[in-house]
Design a protein around this ligand. Structure first.
Ligand SMILES: [Zn+2]
Length: 437
């Protein structure tokens, strides 16, 4: 048995802020919990201070193994104002407080609790593999990336994986939707170089490298890249439609038509909020480099953009879109890792996950969802594993999930831990036994 709230609180107290990560102590704590419950595991590390843990509970062998994966590192809290110490793991008024409570030590504790119960009960149809990794918040090359390239044998035969993210409160048109992640965007780093005549700064030269940078930054702030309707977002809108009010349904229909989608996205901007990022590539300026002497006009200024590209798109196409938007003379180069995120999502596990959500809370409406960010799913996808973000968390509808993940006052209700664990166990027990899989 696991005391989920205490284990979560203990995990939060182990500060795994990445960088530097230092996830080893957290892996040791999980390892001792597994050992106490007779579950075999191994650890694998590129950096000895930052191991991954892979545990396995044997199934009957009548279905392929199911992978459940999560990351033990967390993002930092620099500059944030918290009402409680973010690494105290305090339990106050029924909430476990601290960095990682949602992203994703809380869900990891639910996975662990479900795994222990799966081990004690009737064996699942397929093996359940629990994989906990370091380094997700800094790209994952030491964790999921390392495992996928150096230890692919650990995942042999795995068809599906569950990881972050989903199950957070998403209220739209007064309907409580429960997103299940079926896809994500792809990271692309853009480097833009602006050139101009160098010279003595006592004699200004209008239109130089700095002026071009300025025009580009203003355009990035004011304009948007083109709207594209992708398969995952189409599936999401179609799933939402029957549940919303007639006027909203009409608006969603506008989003579903390529001809009317751009105008509809613009018209619905305030209601869509962050969902707008599901309809286009985005490029956010984050680093500027240029000039090293106060009296010398620089010949070159460089701008770095954090690009997030819709799945299935070609980075060359995104570069052309960006060039159009910047609308100023410049050179654009980019780097992107080969991502395994397919353009067409697989929906083979969706009905099973959706039914587990409904058993947890019949008032929720499960919908497929593409997150605008990137996760370790892209590493596991390289092995052909179809990844879902499934972190069932019954949170209050008014809880500011997106503001607290990576923000201040991250916390989770103690009362969410058991239903979340029940939902995982429900999936473990039914995976491979129903027509859904
Ligand atoms: Zn995360």
């Amino acid at each position: 048995m696991i005391d989920a709230a205490t284990l979560l609180s203990d995990l939060i107290r182990i500060d795994t802020t990445n960088p530097p990560g230092r996830e080893r102590e957290a892996v040791e704590l999980v390892g001792s919990t597994l050992a106490d419950n007779d579950i075999a595991f191994g650890t694998y590390a590129k950096d000895p201070g930052r191991p991954s843990l892979v545990a396995r509970v044997a199934g009957e062998g009548t279905a392929p193994p199911l992978l459940v994966q999560g990351h033990l590192d967390v993002v930092g809290v620099t500059g944030q104002r918290w009402d409680r110490d973010p690494f105290s793991g305090e339990i106050v008024d029924g909430w476990v407080w601290g960095r990682g409570a949602l992203d994703m030590k809380g869900p990891i504790v639910m996975m662990l609790d479900a795994l222990v119960r799966a081990r004690q009960g009737h064996p699942p149809a397929g093996d359940i593999i629990l994989c906990l990794v370091p380094d997700e918040e800094s790209g994952g090359s030491l964790g999921a990336g390392f495992l996928v390239s150096e230890h692919p044998e650990l995942f042999e035969g795995v068809a599906y994986a569950l990881g972050e993210f989903g199950g957070f409160p998403f209220v739209f048109d007064d309907v409580r939707f429960s997103p299940i992640q079926i896809s994500e965007r792809v990271g692309v780093e853009f480097h833009v170089t602006f050139r101009g005549d160098p010279g003595h700064a006592s004699m200004p030269q209008p239109g130089g490298a700095m002026a071009k940078l300025g025009r580009a930054l203003v355009n990035l702030d004011r304009k948007h890249l083109p709207v594209h309707l992708t398969a995952p977002t189409r599936l999401m809108l179609e799933a939402m439609s029957p549940h919303v009010s007639p006027p909203t349904r009409f608006a969603l229909r506008g989003l579903l038509d390529d001809r009317t989608a751009p105008a509809t996205v613009a018209a619905l901007r305030s209601r869509l909020g962050r969902m707008e990022n599901l309809f286009r590539n985005t490029a956010t300026p984050t680093i500027v480099r240029g000039g090293d002497k106060v009296n010398v006009i620089p010949a070159e200024v460089m701008l770095t953009l954090d690009g997030r590209m819709l799945p299935g798109m070609d980075p060359l196409t995104m570069r052309d879109e960006l060039a159009d938007l910047l609308d100023v003379e410049c050179d654009i180069s980019f780097s992107t890792e080969r991502s395994g995120i397919p353009a067409e999502p697989d929906m083979g596990l969706f009905d099973l996950l959706a039914s587990a959500v409904l058993r947890m809370d019949p008032g929720l409406v499960p919908i497929p969802y593409m997150i605008p960010a990137i996760t370790d799913a892209r590493w596991f996808s390289k092995l052909g594993i179809r990844c879902y973000g499934f972190t069932p968390m019954p949170l209050p509808a008014d809880f500011a999930f997106e503001a607290t993940v990576h923000g201040a006052n991250e916390r989770i209700p103690v009362s969410a831990l058991r239903p979340g664990s029940d939902a995982y166990l429900d999936v473990f027990q039914r995976y491979g036994r129903t027509s859904h899989t």
